[in-house]
Design a binder for this molecule. Structure first.
Ligand code: PHE
Length: 336
């Protein structure tokens, strides 16, 4: 009897390696482990052997059964794993997942383009500090001591004489102090104003200042340069106008408007029903300013302008809320 059990064990060993799929597996189970299977039959045979042999034979059959069940379970697991791999097969024809690459911030794009256009026209690039002295931000720019722009309401003061610059114009003075004419620069940079934050204004924004001083510089050159810039930036069928204005450091002064991007000049909320949007201030450098930098006002004339980068970016891309430019919401930024 024990011999027979051993034989069956060998048979199991052979059968198990030949199992290739779940059908074979089921046949194996029926053959050995089912109620009518070989192992069940062995238990029936116990009755026919001598009483004394029964415990050892019974033990051997039990062990055989455990062994058979174990190899069966292992094989079953193996086959299941295999079929999982097959159903999870990778589809090599699928297009790859596109990796997301960052983009330039719209303000950076505008700035790059502005620099490019003015550099082609012969302007150098200069810069200066954002934390500025009252002297450069106001005094040397011919702001009278009681000028309202000096008010705490508009300017972030750090101390009595130190402030966050409210425009890029102080760099005009710094550049002229260290250069003899001709001077032809643009000055991009960040500026700060103590304003209520809304769709139209923010407490910080960017400007590009322009300054050209030489012998015989005229107002028509100023206009020509700005119109050439605007047409390159916004397109050649752009509509524009110059309006007389006032700045302490230019005389005469003007502001340049272009047609509103939203209503196309018909009048809307953004342009306050005028159809026009101001994009920059400009003018001929006031002779008073030359006194502060030791330029001969009889010999030299020059022009200056300052434009708001946010405003120009909003016009260019049809953005109707300045705050979008500072929120850094990826859903907004990735459109550029
Ligand atoms: N600095 C002025 C402003 O902030 C703009 C300006 C610059 C005007 C240069 C004239 C000349 O509004």
């Amino acid at each position: 009897m024990l011999e027979k059990i051993n034989e069956i064990k060998h048979q199991i060993e052979q059968d198990i390696v030949n199992i290739k799929n779940s059908n074979d597996l089921e046949n194996f189970r029926v053959k050995y482990l089912s109620r009518k299977g070989i192992i069940s039959e062995l238990y029936d045979l116990i009755k026919s052997i001598p009483q004394d042999d029964r415990p050892s034979v019974g033990k051997a059959i039990n062990e055989l059964k455990i062994y058979c069940q174990q190899v069966f379970d292992n094989k079953k697991q193996e086959i299941e794993n295999l079929s999982n791999i097959i159903t999870e097969q990778i589809d090599l024809t699928l297009p790859g997942r596109r990796r997301w690459v960052g983009s330039l911030h719209p303000l950076t794009k505008t700035l790059k383009e502005i620099k490019f256009i003015f550099q082609k026209m012969g302007f150098d690039i200069a810069d200066g500090p954002e934390i500025e002295e009252d002297y450069y931000n106001f005094e040397a720019l011919n702001f009278p001591p009681e000028h309202p722009a000096r008010d705490m309401q508009d300017t972030f003061f750090i101390s009595d004489k130190i402030l966050l610059r409210t425009h890029t114009s102080p760099v005009q003075i710094r550049v002229m102090e260290r250069t003899t004419p001709p001077v032809r620069v643009i000055i991009p940079g960040r500026v700060y104003r103590n304003e209520a934050i809304s769709a139209r204004s923010y407490c910080l924004f960017h400007q590009v200042e322009g300054l050209y001083v030489d012998e015989g510089v005229t107002f028509s050159e100023l206009k020509g340069t700005l119109v050439a810039f605007a047409k390159q930036f916004f397109g050649s069928n752009l509509k524009y106008r110059f309006r007389p204005s006032f700045f302490p450091f230019t005389e005469p002064s003007a502001e340049m408007d272009i047609t509103c991007f939203l209503c196309n000049g018909k009048g809307c909320r953004v342009c306050k029903q005028t159809g026009w949007l101001e994009i920059l201030g400009c003018g001929m450098v006031d002779p008073n300013v030359y006194k502060y930098v030791n330029y001969d006002a009889e010999k030299y004339t020059g022009y200056a302008f300052g434009m708001g980068i946010e405003r120009i970016t909003m016009l260019r891309y049809g953005i109707d809320d300045i705050r979008l430019l500072f929120d850094n919401d990826i859903r907004f930024l990735k459109q550029f």
